[in-house]
Ligand binder design. Structure first.
Ligand code: ZN
Ligand code: ZN
Length: 396
């Protein structure tokens, strides 16, 4: 008890590594995970697991327990792995680096997909020991947002009682598992502010309306919202990652665009800050004589772990990883993950699988770095947690 399935995942290490490297070599961006999806389908069908597509590239697999004595009831657990890569050129010097120019698994989703396939293989082989159902979610487009909602719309949570998601963590040594009860991640809103001015020669700025100048003031002003308009004890982040403006050194810029993100953990704050951002930009636009327009995209809700489930998962992790290797109070992160959408509907939690090894420097780099890599021992822990938690929930 406690680590039977984990021991099986250890035996599956070569399978895990081979699969993970194959996904890594064939990294594909969100909503375009065609090869990845076909490979997952082929694996599942080889195991005798039925599956269907969700959207173009998501895969929903089903393992039905065949135990008939009523033990364990008809419970349903959803296990989720994301499968998409990022628009980053892979700069690693490894044989398994991405073969797709400009696309790379720099967040570890290749490891999640491999881990869930391995857990599926183990659970399928044990189907006679449980009743109920395991739903396997290989979710597209986590980095873009939107994949989780497609699965929910397809009905993957209907009748289910639990959902578990895992994520590699390069700030955690391999062998460790981290989880945080309650609020784990911020909401993720994307915004684009388009500034429309009027061009003129730079020597006659008063004859134009300087979109670049106004946009610069907006960029700086936004940080004032965080420090002056929000309580210092509230968690809010406004980040601007793109500012585009101007065509030549001697022309007053007619157009500017900035793209950024708002992160917070409170629904009320989220709405009120959106309004403040628009008010601030409109104000700077008015004083500069330019016009502004806004585009918002709701990428993810705040990710809130069910505290009781988080503690269940930590107990299961402790059973196979050892007490000293389970971190039960991992700090809040203002990263986001659309796994949050599943947690809005169902009790569940999101756990971190340590993937860093200081002897392999690339494995300690931040996620989304162009040399990001994992210590492949982490695959065993990811697969082990999926399988062991399913076993605990389905009571076999
Ligand atoms: Zn990521
Ligand atoms: Zn990720």
């Amino acid at each position: 008890m406690g680590n039977e399935l984990f021991n099986q995942t250890k035996e599956q290490r070569p399978y895990l590594v081979e699969l993970r490297r194959e996904f890594h070599r064939n990294a594909e961006p969100g909503f375009k995970e065609y090869k990845t999806a076909s490979r997952i389908e082929a694996e599942l069908s080889g195991m005798g697991i039925e599956s269907r597509r969700v959207g173009e590239t998501g895969i929903w697999g089903t393992i039905r327990g065949t135990r008939k004595d009523g033990q364990g009831g008809e419970k349903i657990i959803v296990l989720r792995a994301d499968i998409d890569a990022l628009p980053i050129q892979d700069e690693k010097d490894e044989a398994y680096r991405s073969q797709n120019p400009g696309v790379m698994h720099a967040c570890g989703h290749d490891a999640h997909a491999a881990g869930l396939l391995c857990a599926a293989k183990i659970l399928k082989a044990l189907e006679k020991r449980f009743s109920g159902e395991v739903r396997l979610v290989f979710q597209q487009a986590e980095e873009l947002g939107g994949g989780a909602r497609q699965f929910i719309k397809a009905g993957v949570l209907e009748g289910a009682g639990r959902v578990l998601g895992v994520h590699m963590a390069s700030d955690l040594p391999v062998g460790k598992i981290g989880i945080k009860p309650g609020v784990n991640n911020a909401s993720v809103d994307y915004f684009k502010i388009s500034v429309q001015g009027k061009s003129a020669h730079v020597s006659t700025p008063h004859l134009g309306s300087d979109a670049l100048y106004a946009a610069s003031q907006i960029v700086v002003g936004l940080q004032g919202i965080v420090t002056r308009r929000v309580s210092p004890v509230d968690t809010v982040l406004i980040g601007v990652g793109v500012l585009r403006a101007g065509t030549a050194y001697n022309i007053v810029a007619e157009i500017a665009e900035l793209e950024g993100t708002l992160r917070t953990v409170s629904a009320a704050l989220r709405e009120s800050i959106k309004t403040k951002i628009e008010e601030l930009a409109s104000h700077y636009a008015a004083v500069s004589g330019v016009a502004v327009s806004f585009e918002w995209k709701d990428f993810a809700s705040p990710l809130i772990n069910d505290s009781a489930v988080a503690s269940e998962i930590a107990d299961v992790a402790q059973g196979f990883a050892g007490e000293a290797n389970v971190i039960r109070d991992r700090p809040l992160s203002l990263g986001g993950d659309d796994f949050a959408e599943f947690l809005r509907e169902l009790p569940g939690a999101y756990a971190y699988i340590g993937s860093a090894n200081s002897a392999k420097p690339n494995t300690t780099l931040p996620h989304h770095n162009c040399r990001f890599d994992i210590d492949e021992d982490a695959l065993v822990y990811a697969a082990g947690l999926y399988a062991e938690y399913a076993r605990r929930y389905l009571d076999f």
